[in-house]
Design a protein around this ligand. Structure first.
Ligand SMILES: *Cc1c(COP(=O)(O)O)cnc(C)c1O
Length: 494
């Protein structure tokens, strides 16, 4: 009988791995060095990009490792939008700390399954420690629970589901929502207009419908109007509805505004409602002593979503949910299948992350965050966030001092502004400016010199520059003002 040996093709000898790995690391180091000289994006069409792959076929026999790595590096380096470019300020997508790339390689090499302690002893404890460090960084209770997820949407979903379970209790598990609340009544949730669309997704996906969302008015400061919040809650209570969650933004996605967290916390406490903070973008800034007043009340939240792949500069993906009392995550997510046997000694109980969130098998997202914090420390993180905010303030000043630009707002590291040509004689200037700025944004994005996105504030269209980028300098922003003026002038001449 033939003896079956281990599958050899998929394995690599240590020599082969070293050679291929060194080649790849050298290519990446060169790429990182060359980023500032490259266009932010080449704005190639989908068909152009697809064509580049037509030379690759699904082949029967494999190819040489170093060659395929070199080829793929070239494809990606030359045909990607570079979020790490010093002049990339679109959406809330950060430049990625290089140590994150090394961390992901290390994590993939060990391939720990961080669903259960037994499958990932060291990785589980590193994740636990990272969660504690993140809590300490932002001034939250370090005894909180929490875990890494793919990003802000997933982190906020975890907060949503924990809040709902807290309100409805065990009956939710067996009877479902419809039978857990009085007929004709709703479980209602509250957030300011402009809250990220995760909340719409959650309301539909988890069976509530978007009408369960009560949109709270914005005050002139663009923060949640808490007088309106109180009103909405008391109306719902009077109608027999069950308010279960208020969402405060700590860095709203369009403007960067931080809601009055302390006031929201008070309202939640008075009405026994779960207080969730969407700090996907802004929460890390709570680390700065100069922003303590803006973040006051953060420590009172029942849960906080925070994205290390935004303002902690982790490569995608890294989102995180913190929950003050870890029991609520367990109540929501813990099931004990018969085929799992992970319960250890109760005095030294293993932490099994599959009981704290949606995922079963889990990758080791915490490592890149843990290493990044260790590499630069609290001070390094504070410095990078502070610099981004200072650059934003400086850009806001430049925009304010430029007659053809109109500055609208700046909060944390987001500036909103628009191009307003000097001799504007339109009958409906706002509609004209909306269209003009839309065209201008497209032109700037396609140009590849800089990359902005947009925001709509009080119905008006603005250009939006969001700095979560450790490579940006003052000179980049000065050049940007000139580029915007040049393209704006060209646009109105054509
Ligand atoms: C980015 C963002 C989200 C969504 O996070 P993803 O990581 O993109 O899933 C949610 N809320 C806010 C405030 C955000 O900035």
């Amino acid at each position: 009988m033939e003896i079956i040996k281990a599958s050899s093709k998929i394995d690599m000898s240590s020599q082969e791995f070293r050679e291929a790995g060194h080649t790849l690391v050298d290519l990446i180091a060169g790429f990182l060095e060359e980023i500032p000289g490259k266009p932010v994006t080449r704005s190639e069409s989908p068909s152009t990009v697809r064509k580049l792959l037509q030379t690759f076929q699904l082949i029967d026999e494999g190819q040489e490792t170093t060659r395929i790595l070199e080829e793929s590096a070239e494809l990606l380096f030359e045909h990607s939008l570079l979020t790490g470019h010093p002049r990339f300020w679109g959406y809330i997508s950060s430049s990625a700390a290089p140590i994150g790339a090394l961390a992901d390689m290390l994590a993939a090499s060990v391939n720990a399954n961080v669903g259960a302690f037994a499958l990932s002893p060291m990785a589980t404890e590193i994740e636990r420690q990272t969660i504690e460090w993140l809590a300490r960084l932002i001034g939250y209770d370090p005894a909180c629970g929490g875990l890494f997820v793919s990003g802000g949407n997933m982190a906020n979903f975890h907060g949503f589901l924990a809040a709902r379970k807290y309100k409805l209790g065990d009956v939710l598990r067996t009877k479902g929502i419809a039978e857990s609340i009085p007929a004709g009544k709703k479980l209602t949730l509250y957030c300011a207009g402009g809250t990220h669309t995760w909340v719409n997704k959650a309301a539909e996906l988890f069976g509530h419908g978007t009408e369960a969302i009560r949109w709270v008015d914005l005050a002139p400061s663009q923060q949640m109007n808490t007088v309106h919040l109180r009103q909405l809650i008391s109306n719902d209570l009077a109608d027999g509805h069950l308010p279960f969650m208020v969402i405060g933004n700590a860095g709203a996605v369009a403007t960067g505004v931080i809601d009055p967290l302390q006031e929201i916390a008070d309202i939640c406490r008075d009405n026994q409602i779960w207080f969730h903070i969407d700090g996907a973008y802004g929460a890390p800034a709570a680390l700065l002593p100069e922003l303590q007043e803006s973040f006051r009340g953060l420590q009172l939240a029942d849960s906080i979503a925070l994205d290390p792949h935004k303002w902690l500069f982790s490569p995608l993906e890294a989102g995180c949910i913190l929950v003050r009392d870890p029991k609520h995550l367990q109540d929501t997510f813990s099931f004990h299948p018969e085929y799992y046997n992970f319960d250890g000694d109760a005095s030294d109980a293993p932490l099994n992350y599959f009981e704290y969130g949606v995922q079963n098998s889990r990758g080791f997202r915490a490592l890149k965050v843990w290493l990044s914090i260790r590499q630069i420390g609290k001070n390094g993180i504070a410095e990078s966030i502070r610099k981004n905010i200072m650059l934003t303030e400086s850009f806001f000043k430049m925009v304010s001092a430029t007659p053809e630009l109109e500055a609208a707002s700046h909060h944390l590291s987001i500036t909103c502004f628009r191009y307003v040509p000097g001799d504007l004689h339109e009958k409906n200037p706002d509609a004209y400016l909306d269209e003009l700025n839309k065209k201008l944004l497209l032109r700037l994005q396609e140009g590849g010199e800089i990359y902005l996105s947009n925001a709509v504030i009080e119905g008006r269209y603005y250009l939006r520059l969001c700095i979560v980028n450790f490579r940006t300098s003052q000179a980049d922003l000065e050049a940007t003002v000139s580029i915007i003026l040049r393209e704006g002038r060209r646009l109105i001449q054509t």
